[in-house]
Design a protein around this ligand. Structure first.
Ligand SMILES: *Cc1c(COP(=O)(O)O)cnc(C)c1O
Length: 401
């Protein structure tokens, strides 16, 4: 493991000033048990062997790296490549941590997995893990997201999960997390709250990063094998930040420029975007310290982006830290750029990307021109099947995009 990964976070879960665990007292022993169990299984040969087996024979890993030749020619300048996390079973990188969280839950003797979900991708991935391990599953989801992502709600139900609609506040991801924490308090003896990104109290930001590390390890090896070099730039969209930490963690010790792409929505006005690092400030959310988008009262602000999976007014503490240290550059793409990238990748490469991933593709398309002779590796975090009805009903087929 790399020098950076070994020393971050600290024993208490801090990345510089960010991270930690601010828990209601009844949850403290449960998180202590999760930390202890993770510490043991992460060194267990049996756990590692079973996770490898699952990844190969159930999930479809390794996922390939594709050279996007047509898109590169179209943009001119840099060569663009994609790490194909869209080819994971269930269509996104989320199964990387959900299957591992399922294994952890089984090791701890839990009988239920529970979580929040935004676009429904984490809910589907966790319901899949629960079905695989023969566990119950409870998913909390905002009513707005339920209406927007109906096929994922159907999938979760088919997989045997109970979907709890969340009808207060902004009725989206932030409220789904609040609702799930509430429900977890009453059943933490028998359930594991399998947080869906590199967010939440310690050890989740570290643990989910470690489970996603496989993306960066594979991508580095595959890119080297394909081109004989490392990529010049690596880009990933950042909601909570798990797919980005997955791919970044493979390159942190290399001379590779890393870019986190936040969703700039429709404008820079508070409420019109979810670009936490660009417009936020230090603060606390959901039991950890990080950067937060705050309203006038100092509470987490309403957010907007065309990609439900990026709709969160906070960000993983490690991203706040990597921003502060300068190791990763955080920039953005707005709804319009993401849609243009969605249509371009579909039409010119035969890959329909998730709207979330399209933000990272948009960055590559924008930067390619300025970097002739260089290479840009994009983490294609998921496929866009879930988005096609919403996109075509709202924006047509891209003629004017
Ligand atoms: C959930 C999701 C994201 C956002 O989550 P991160 O933790 O920021 O990676 C990005 N892309 C896809 C396809 C997703 O499903």
């Amino acid at each position: 493991m790399s020098a950076y990964l070994k020393s971050h976070p600290t024993h208490d879960g801090f990345f510089g000033p960010y991270g930690g665990a601010m828990l209601p007292p009844p949850l403290e022993p449960h998180f202590a048990a999760i930390r202890e169990a993770y510490g043991r299984i992460s060194k267990s040969a049996d756990f590692i062997a079973e996770l490898r087996y699952i990844r190969k024979h159930f999930q479809g890993r390794p996922t390939p790296v594709s050279h996007l030749k047509n898109l590169s020619a179209l943009c001119g300048g840099a060569q663009i490549y994609a790490k194909r996390e869209d080819l994971n079973h269930t269509g996104a990188h989320k199964l990387n941590h959900c299957m591992a969280e399922g294994l952890l839950a089984r090791f701890m003797g839990k009988t239920k997995l529970m979580a929040e979900t935004g676009a429904g991708q984490h809910g589907v991935a966790l319901a899949t893990a629960a079905a695989y391990f023969g566990m119950e599953c409870e998913i909390h989801m905002g009513e707005i997201d339920i209406a927007k992502e109906a096929p994922n709600v159907t999938r979760m139900k088919l997989l045997g999960a109970t979907v709890v609609p969340v009808g207060f506040g902004g009725r989206s991801l932030k409220e789904a997390v609040d609702s799930c924490f509430q429900s977890y308090l009453a059943q933490a003896d028998t359930a594991l709250f399998a947080i869906g990104s590199v967010v939440g109290p310690h050890p989740f930001p570290m643990m989910v990063r470690d489970f996603q590390h496989v993306v960066g390890v594979e991508a580095r090896e595959q890119f080297l094998e394909m081109t004989g070099e490392l990529p010049d730039m690596v880009a990933a969209c950042v909601g909570g930040g798990s797919n980005a930490m997955g791919i970044f963690s493979g390159f942190l010790d290399d001379e590779v420029a890393l870019y986190g792409i936040e969703p700039c929505g429709t404008s820079s006005k508070l409420g019109d975007h979810a670009a936490t690092i660009a417009y936020g400030e230090d603060g606390d959310i959901h039991g950890f310290r990080t950067m937060v988008l705050k309203d006038a009262e100092g509470n987490p602000a309403p957010v907007h982006t065309v990609a439900s999976g990026l709709d969160y007014p906070g960000v993983g503490p490690e991203h706040a830290f990597l921003h502060r240290s300068g190791r990763v550059t955080y920039t953005g793409a707005d709804d319009r750029e993401a849609l243009a990238a969605f249509f371009a990748l579909s039409r010119h490469e035969g890959i329909i990307p998730a709207l979330e991933s399209a933000h990272a593709v948009a960055f590559a398309m924008r930067e390619a021109k300025a970097h002739p002779g260089k290479s840009i590796l994009v983490n294609l975090s998921g496929r866009g099947d879930k988005d096609i009805d919403y996109v075509t009903q709202t924006f047509g087929f891209g003629e004017t995009a």
